[in-house]
Design a protein around this ligand. Structure first.
Ligand SMILES: NC(=O)c1ccc[n+]([C@@H]2O[C@H](COP(=O)([O-])OP(=O)(O)OC[C@H]3O[C@@H](n4cnc5c(N)ncnc54)[C@H](O)[C@@H]3O)[C@@H](O)[C@H]2O)c1
Length: 251
């Protein structure tokens, strides 16, 4: 049986973990819609230049009009939209600090991008998925809410919300045969992490203190779980969070 080729939107898909997802999905024969605040068109061109199927659309995930445009472009280019990967998030640009030094404005911004963003995107794609009788939503969470990682309370709370969102939305969309799952990465050397000394130092601590597999985690470590969740074989899995972290937490 040949694997189905799906139309897959990856938010924040132009760099870091998101670009690793976009590239791996396109290499696996899927048609990829890269939606990002910046660099989306250029990232898609990098894939098209390799003969892969991708388009890019400048999209702010918290703006419903942008997200509606992303869905419209996916349908125009590839005829439908099968899978949404809610990957865009604020993490690598955040400064680690005690909770009482986080301003209300910073708290709200992190919640906006990390929780309102997936909500806006899910609302925009579900009608298209319902129409086609197929849908997969994969949310990129984090293992930090399971560990209770200190010094980024807004981020950790937002990713805890993503896990809760995954479970509850899975219950609502089961009747439509749309699955909703999450991948919880451990500390991963994405482009943004490599640009931030404090984050990189945290990665050393994680590896030495809690990870079973004693090496750094890289974006490519996450693609297997995503390819699986997008595959036909994962059709009866929903509401789950898969930790991909080298055995740091056990859910
Ligand atoms: N790197 C890690 O250690 C790690 C660990 C666990 C979870 N995660 C999660 O994985 C995802 C990707 O992380 P990363 O390390 O590649 O981050 P990154 O900061 O390197 O990349 C995030 C991407 O999202 C885009 N983006 C940000 N705000 C956006 C918005 N409003 N609309 C559209 N695009 C937006 C950015 O332009 C960027 O391309 C995030 O959700 C992050 O929270 C990362």
């Amino acid at each position: 049986m040949t694997a189905a080729s799906r139309v897959i939107a990856v938010t924040g898909g132009a760099s870091g973990i998101g670009f690793a997802f976009s590239e791996a999905l396109a290499r696996a024969g899927h048609q990829v819609v890269i939606a990002d605040l910046r660099g989306a068109v250029e990232a898609a061109e990098r894939l098209s230049a390799q003969g892969l199927k991708a388009i890019g659309t400048q999209t702010d995930v918290v703006k419903p009009a942008d997200v509606a445009g992303m869905v419209e472009q996916a349908v125009k280019a590839f005829g439908r939209l099968d899978v949404l990967v809610n990957n865009a998030g604020l993490f690598t640009t955040l400064t680690l600090k005690p909770f009482d030094q986080i301003s209300d404005a910073e708290w709200m911004r992190v919640m906006e991008v990390n929780t309102l963003g997936p909500f806006v995107c899910a609302k925009a794609v579900v009608p298209e998925m319902r129409k086609n009788g197929f849908g997969r939503i994969v949310n990129i969470a984090s293992t930090t809410p399971i560990k209770g990682t200190p010094n980024m309370l807004h981020y950790v709370a937002s990713k805890g919300a993503v896990i809760a969102f995954t479970r509850s939305l899975a219950r609502e969309l089961g009747k439509d045969d749309i699955t909703v799952n999450a991948i919880a990465p451990g500390f991963t050397l994405s482009d943004g992490v490599l640009d931030n000394d404090l984050h990189s130092k945290m990665g050393d601590v994680v590896r030495k203190t809690s990870r079973s597999l004693q090496r750094d985690q890289v974006p490519e470590d996450l693609v297997g779980a995503l390819l699986f969740l997008a595959s036909d074989g994962a059709g009866f899995i929903t509401g789950q969070t898969i930790a991909v972290d080298g055995g740091s937490v056990f859910i």
